[in-house]
Design a protein around this ligand. Structure first.
Ligand code: MF3
Ligand code: CO
Ligand code: CO
Length: 256
């Protein structure tokens, strides 16, 4: 894994990734507006399927991996770190937090983005965790520049998260993304400034910090996907797909 080729995208390929990123951002906006007490995570999945089908798009999560992921989006509630599976019996309740993670495919390119939404009114702890996690994403993005290192990103995120009293998930990381959903390099959300692979113009990858209220360690459910905090305390996540440009960074999953 560590020695695999990192793809540098051409201008044309980057244009494809911009279209995919824009679709992902729009889908996520749309689903976020539906989040309220009483809605099930399966209803969010069904709306994602309607939205993408109408535009002739596929969702990368459906059938992905082993065992094949069974739904079209991930919905990760409260203590679920990532890869939560939408379920009719999971009704969102006032005070919950839910991460919605979408990856529509546009002309072969993947746009991968997620946000954590409040259901009704959050507890003070949930509110702080979610705000800190979003800030972690933007600090990670701000650390990206050509000539820098992958470790610059993790260091920026870890320094902030831990200073706020939270922990950084180690076992799930950001990733290269293009025509392939999960490509090299891996982008850990912890690390040391100046270490790791060099960042070069044309690299496209996700930054997707998962930040926990308590321990960073996880348990995996028997479904083979749902990752939850070992102490069952809260976890939040935000994700963008970004491109390293000639002089900095471009967020591809941001809506104009
Ligand atoms: N979208 C997730 C990520 O950010 C991956 C989901 S894989 C799935 O990398 F199979 F669970 F959908
Ligand atoms: Co994602
Ligand atoms: Co991702």
């Amino acid at each position: 894994m560590g020695n695999e080729q990192i793809t540098l995208l051409s201008r044309r390929e980057l244009e494809g990734m911009r279209r995919a990123g824009r679709a992902a951002a729009e889908l996520l906006d749309h689903l976020g507006k539906m989040v309220e007490p009483g809605i099930s995570t399966l209803q969010l999945n069904e709306e994602a399927e309607r939205w993408t089908k109408k535009r002739g798009l596929k969702n990368a999560p459906l059938g992905y991996g082993s065992p094949p992921f069974p739904k079209s989006i991930c919905t990760s509630v409260n203590e679920v770190i990532c890869h939560g599976i939408p379920n009719a019996k999971q009704i969102l309740r006032d005070g919950d937090i839910v991460n919605i993670d979408v990856t529509p495919i546009v002309e072969g390119y993947h746009g991968d983005t997620s946000r954590t939404f409040f259901v009704g009114t959050p507890s003070p702890t949930a509110k702080k965790l979610v705000e800190v996690t979003e800030e972690c994403l933007y600090r990670g993005i701000a650390a990206v520049k050509p000539g820098g290192r992958v470790g610059d990103i993790g260091a920026a995120i870890q320094d902030y998260a831990e200073a706020q009293g939270f922990s950084v998930v180690r076992d799930f990381v950001g990733h290269g993304v293009n025509r392939i959903f999960h490509a090299p390099p891996q982008i850990p959300h912890y690390g040391t400034q100046g270490k790791g692979k060099r960042l070069r113009s044309g690299m496209v990858f996700t930054i997707e910090p998962m930040i926990n209220e308590g321990t960073w360690r996880h348990d995996l459910l028997a479904d083979g996907w749902t990752a939850l905090t070992k102490d069952r305390k809260l976890s939040a996540q935000f994700e963008h797909t970004i491109a390293v440009t000639g002089d900095g960074v471009e967020i591809l999953t941001k809506r104009e």
